[in-house]
Design a protein around this ligand. Structure first.
Ligand SMILES: Cc1cc2nc3c(=O)[nH]c(=O)nc-3n(C[C@H](O)[C@H](O)[C@H](O)COP(=O)(O)O)c2cc1C
Length: 372
């Protein structure tokens, strides 16, 4: 094992001021869908799960949370469109705050990554297109979507706005708009999916219109200083691919600068399928340089690479998914250069309230187990 470093030597563990938030370090909990919110209502076991991953001054991003009844596409994922859901989030948010964490809610609409079984009255999922999703990447069965009419789009934008308002009512510090990984916003952004001929399709400006309307509506509602967005221009997950990811990323980022939002959270080009890294020569530097606010990078990072990204000013913050899932005390382990628990893919998406969720050991426990 490499010698333990002191916190001052580790770029990841240096403080960072993100807008009005004073972060004590740069190790962010990435949004992680856990499918344990029965009937789309966050459960008491999430109190323990999120508080385990909270550190004083650490930033956490909650799992993707549905903005409306048509937003869902996976079993037992949480929502934030009903009073019951808002009330259920409150103790979870309180627990994070009690330990000094800063908590953003990731809000999403899955669009065509759904099937009629998840939809109200068994209707078809909605999307930018009526092109069906064929390959499931092992993530279920999909019903061909219905293309949203132009006049329906303001209603969906409004669903995002209301969800953001509800997130603030639940006590979250802000929201992260899920514009990545082939879900509804990405279905508008990417030219391999968006085949519209109205003002929401065709040119870069038109394909970015829906995303920017969502951003503006939410910024108007809760304040731009509480809004982040996640983007994955390079990813091809859920058959959502673009022929020019750099142009797309730069265009949307330049427009986001005008809105003055707090942060932009971008998934590394190496994460083509959202979950596994592959060889890739592209990088996020042009996007990082273009964005005026806080830049969060994610995807395939370990301790060393995260330190390097911060030291070289390629990111302000680094979000960790699988390592944080399996190591509730990840910042502490990075600080001590301690060994990490391995993650278990088999339990990523099971509905159990404990297994693969709140039972990953903390360092003290892991070490004392090793000793016996
Ligand atoms: C179990 C699991 C659930 C995920 N859920 C979400 C999600 O809800 N929203 C999102 O934007 N990304 C989601 N992701 C992607 C992660 O946020 C992250 O980008 C990905 O795991 C790559 O980062 P890593 O190499 O640090 O794990 C998920 C990944 C995993 C493994």
């Amino acid at each position: 094992m490499a010698a333990a470093q002191t916190p001052t030597n580790i770029p990841l563990l240096t403080p960072y001021r993100m807008g009005n938030f004073n972060l004590s370090h740069r190790v962010v909990l990435a949004p992680l869908t856990r499918q344990r919110s029965y009937n789309n209502v966050p459960q008491p076991h999430a109190v323990l799960y999120y508080s385990q991953r909270t550190s004083n001054g650490g930033l956490l991003i909650a799992e993707a949370t549905g903005v409306s009844a048509t937003a869902q596409g996976y079993p037992e994922t949480p929502g934030i469109w009903t009073n019951e859901q808002v009330e259920a989030w409150k103790p979870i948010v309180d627990a994070v705050h009690a330990k000094g964490g800063i908590f953003f809610c990731q809000i999403w609409h899955v669009g065509r990554v759904s099937n009629s079984g998840f939809q109200p009255n068994g209707q078809a999922p909605i999307s930018s297109t009526d092109k069906p999703l064929i390959q499931s990447d092992g993530f279920g069965v999909f019903t061909p979507p219905r293309r949203l009419r132009t006049d329906e789009i303001p209603g969906i934008v409004n669903d995002f706005r209301l969800a953001a308002r509800n997130a603030m009512e639940a006590g979250f510090d802000g929201v992260e708009i899920h514009g990545a990984h082939g879900y509804l916003i990405d279905q508008f952004l990417k030219d391999h999916v968006n085949d519209r001929t109205d003002e929401y399709g065709g040119s870069l400006e038109n394909r970015c219109r829906f995303a920017l309307e969502v951003v503006e509506a939410i910024a108007d509602e809760i304040g731009a200083d509480k809004v982040g967005i996640r983007l994955s221009p390079f990813a091809e997950f859920m058959e959502s691919k673009d022929s020019n990811p750099y142009a797309l990323g730069l265009h949307i980022i330049q427009s986001l600068n005008k809105c003055g939002i707090l942060y932009c959270h971008v998934v590394e080009p190496r994460m083509k399928n959202a979950l596994d890294a592959s060889e890739c020569s592209d990088n996020l530097l042009p996007l990082r340089k273009a964005f005026n606010g806080t830049f969060i990078a994610a995807g395939g990072y370990n301790r060393e690479e995260g330190n390097k990204a911060v030291a070289e000013n390629r990111a302000d913050l680094v979000a960790y998914g699988r390592w944080f899932l399996a190591n509730p005390d990840l910042p502490k382990r990075f600080e001590l250069n301690a060994p990490l628990n391995k993650y278990n893919r088999e339990t990523f998406y099971i509905p159990d309230p404990v297994l693969g969720y709140t039972d990953y050991p903390f360092l003290e426990t892991a070490l004392s187990h090793e000793e016996v």
